[in-house]
Write a protein that binds this ligand. Structure first.
Ligand code: NDP
Ligand code: 8X3
Length: 292
């Protein structure tokens, strides 16, 4: 809506005239500032913030005004993240392997008082390990995927949820995958782990319903991160081929969804989002244009 000259120039302002003066963009700017104020002194914990989707979510939430607890195993990466944060954001990096149940519990249930009231938990840490048929799959890879993607998520949640139920508030965002909605050849155990994340997300939403806690699942298709490098155990050439011939999602695309979800009013939860690159129609249908 454009400013209305007659409203601006014809005497004292009334409420009606005020509505004519502000453009949609200005109103959006005001509501954004309103949310920035609301996020002030709120605390977000992002697992796997040392790379990819977790990094983008952590940075986006810090820009929204959240104070940030960022976890991962690589200290240098979390220090790099610190350098990117806007001034004034409180930052607590925590180094642990989500598989280490005792360490997760020790660190997350003994947070300094000023960090203990976590408002938003993003359960993101996870990876695929290998892409093999079930008959030749590597048992260590299976253990890694189930221990990190499923049990790690549970250990972290177990430490954080009691504070949320006590305060009757909180927001949990679990990063699932299209692999949690569909199964694809050789995806077997990774798909099983992400189906478990989907089930746990829905179960959490039900169990935490009496406490007013929001629970959301985000299920991305192909996102260009270090994911394939980890899946193919450092084989850069093979990892690169996964993202060739089309435009994959970027980690920031997922962070944008997180920002949207976090800025909905209290009565709204975006419960479940599947997000794909435009070139991807399902886990197995991808329109690629590769050089001949
Ligand atoms: P990255 O490999 O870039 O990031 C994975 C993150 O998880 C890193 O920060 C890593 O930190 C952390 N992590 C892995 N294992 C552990 C562990 N044992 N303990 C603690 N932290 C761990 O991949 P993405 O950003 O792509 O993956 C993030 C999430 O998104 C995963 O759950 C993945 O399954 C999911 N996803 C990814 C998609 C994609 O195409 N990329 C699509 C759909 C879902 P560090 O190594 O420092 O410990
Ligand atoms: C990551 C996306 O398709 O490689 O979860 O499983 S996919």
């Amino acid at each position: 809506m454009l400013p209305n000259d007659s409203a601006v120039n014809s005497g004292p302002l009334t409420v009606d005239k005020m509505t004519l003066i502000f453009s949609v963009a200005e109103v959006n700017k005001f509501s954004h500032s309103y949310y920035l104020v609301r996020m002030k002194n709120k605390i977000a914990l992002v697992t796997g913030a040392s790379s990819g989707i977790g990094w983008a979510c952590a940075l986006t939430m810090a820009k929204m005004g959240y104070d940030l607890i960022a976890t991962g195993r690589r200290a240098d990466r979390l220090e790099d993240l610190r350098q990117e944060l806007p001034e004034g954001v409180r930052f607590l990096p925590l180094l642990f392997d989500v598989r280490d149940r005792a360490e997760v519990e020790r660190l997350l249930t003994n947070l300094p008082a000023e960090w203990a009231s976590i408002d938003v938990l993003v359960n993101n840490a996870g990876n695929a390990h290998g892409l093999d048929p079930i008959q030749t799959g590597n048992v260590d890879d299976w253990d890694a995927m189930l221990d990190i993607n499923v049990k790690g998520l549970l250990y972290v949640s177990k430490a954080i949820i009691p504070g949320m139920t006590e305060r009757n508030s909180g927001f949990i965002i679990n990063i699932g995958s299209i692999a949690g909605k569909e199964v694809y050849p050789n995806g077997n155990v990774y798909c099983a782990s992400k189906h478990a994340v989907d089930a746990l997300t829905n179960g959490m939403r039900m169990d935490l319903n009496p406490f007013g806690i929001k629970v959301m699942g985000i299920h991305p298709g192909l996102v260009e991160t270090e994911f394939s490098l980890v899946r193919f155990k450092g084989d850069e050439k093979r990892a690169e081929t996964i993202y060739q011939g089309y435009a994959p999602l970027l980690a920031q695309d997922i962070a944008d969804i997180v920002e949207f979800a976090l800025t909905r009013p209290p009565h709204v939860v975006i419960a479940d989002v599947v997000v794909l690159p435009t070139a991807q129609a399902s886990a197995t249908v991808i329109k690629k244009k590769l050089p001949q």
